[in-house]
Design a binder for this molecule. Structure first.
Ligand SMILES: C[S@@+](CC[C@H](N)C(=O)[O-])C[C@H]1O[C@@H](n2cnc3c(N)ncnc32)[C@H](O)[C@@H]1O
Length: 281
């Protein structure tokens, strides 16, 4: 079968299954199977694909039409220009979270002494590893309640050669941290979906770990705990940076105010939606 034909069958199958981005997803899965860059699919429509490869592609398209996210099928996801290993044990890193990394990097630039940070809900390790790859004098602690997630973070830390600067720890938020440890900053993309919003999530998002998404009735439970406990674990003038959901800017800013943080700022994502809040002790 010719490549162009395989692409058409794939796109039609995904369209029929109601998949949101049938063309992109087909291209990603075909490029992955054929081990060629995605742009080549456009220029090489007439190359002949072996029956074996065709059936491999169609198997993957079948998985995708059942709602399994592309990243779980290919076991990879790019975040902040870095290729991460992912599987169903972790949340797939989102482009919105790149804003959080960008803002933390801005706050940390030009510091030449050793910096120590804490990432609460480290998941795949995306945030910590993106920060470590960009700041050589940084040491991170990454905590997660999920042992499975920590295993994936460990794989990524090794793959990206930062395992000597990322200490991974099973912990319910701060519970297993050394008693008197103090951080220069605390970063977190915690679970923040309310019970009501969870019901309406797309089927593919529901394939991600529930523990990575759901956060109490209003989605604010993790912010309440993180922001109120953080001051105890922050050095003077240390900061907390959190990612937030589309309608949580005001509530989360108020939590920072109630806990006596200073210079609190809300940053928007590329769609103009409140996405990150940062406050200083
Ligand atoms: C939204 S995901 C973020 C993952 C990753 N940091 C990212 O941005 O892609 C939230 C993470 O918090 C973890 N988590 C949930 N409850 C927790 C708790 N009580 N203590 C520590 N981590 C928790 C989940 O297992 C999950 O990995």
């Amino acid at each position: 079968m010719k490549l162009g034909q395989l692409l058409k069958i794939s796109v039609d199958t995904l369209k029929k299954a109601g998949i949101e981005a049938p063309i992109t997803d087909s291209q990603l899965l075909i490029a992955y199977t054929l081990k060629i860059p995605r742009w080549k699919l456009i220029t090489e429509k007439n190359i002949e694909i072996s029956d074996e490869k065709v059936s491999k592609v169609l198997n993957l398209i079948n998985l995708r039409s059942k709602g399994i996210p592309v990243a779980y099928i290919t076991k990879r996801k790019e975040f902040f220009g870095i290729k991460f290993y992912v599987d169903k044990r972790v949340l797939i890193p989102r482009p919105e979270t790149e804003i959080l990394v960008e803002k933390v990097l801005e706050k940390l630039k030009d510091r030449d002494r050793k910096i120590v940070g804490l990432d609460i809900g480290v998941g795949s390790g995306a945030i910590s590893i993106a920060l470590l790859k960009n700041i050589s004098n940084l040491f991170m602690y990454g905590v997660d309640i999920s042992e499975d997630a920590l295993k994936v973070a460990k794989i990524n830390a090794k793959l990206k050669f930062v395992n000597d600067r990322l200490k991974l720890l099973k912990s319910n938020l701060f519970s297993n941290l050394e008693k008197n440890i103090k951080f220069d900053f605390i970063v977190s993309n915690p679970p923040y979906i309310s019970r009501e919003d969870y019901i309406n999530l797309k089927i593919e998002v529901k394939m991600e770990p529930k523990v990575a998404l759901l956060s109490g009735k209003k989605g604010l439970a993790f912010y309440e705990r993180i922001i109120s406990i953080s001051p105890k674990y922050l050095k003077n003038n240390g900061f907390v940076a959190v990612e937030i959901g589309y309608n949580q800017g005001k509530d989360v800013k108020n939590l920072f105010i109630e806990n006596k943080f200073k210079n609190i700022e809300i940053y928007k994502d590329l769609n103009g939606i409140d996405r990150v809040v940062i406050g200083y002790k």
